[in-house]
Design a binder for this molecule. Structure first.
Ligand code: ZN
Length: 77
């Protein structure tokens, strides 16, 4: 199956606001299997080559992936 990446501009003042929106989208749409929120990234609109991940997304075994924020404290879960 092919994979595509949605580039969806949002009008928000800061990176943290964009991350809050991505978290809200995951909370409401995380049940849709086609959406891979673990690999979500954010960037400034005028600097899209410098994207940063939102979540840790480390592979935990058994098909599970860490759902904690990037660079979180403590162990993955
Ligand atoms: Zn983790």
């Amino acid at each position: 199956m092919g994979r595509w990446v949605l580039h969806l501009p949002v009008a928000l003042p800061r990176r943290v606001d964009a991350v809050v929106l991505v978290v809200a989208l995951r909370d409401s749409l995380g049940h849709v299997p086609a959406l891979d929120f673990g690999e979500a990234t954010v960037s400034a609109e005028d600097d899209q080559s410098r994207r940063t991940r939102v979540w840790c997304d480390a592979r935990l075994g058994g098909g599970q992936r860490c759902e904690l924020p990037l660079a979180h404290d403590g162990g993955c879960r």
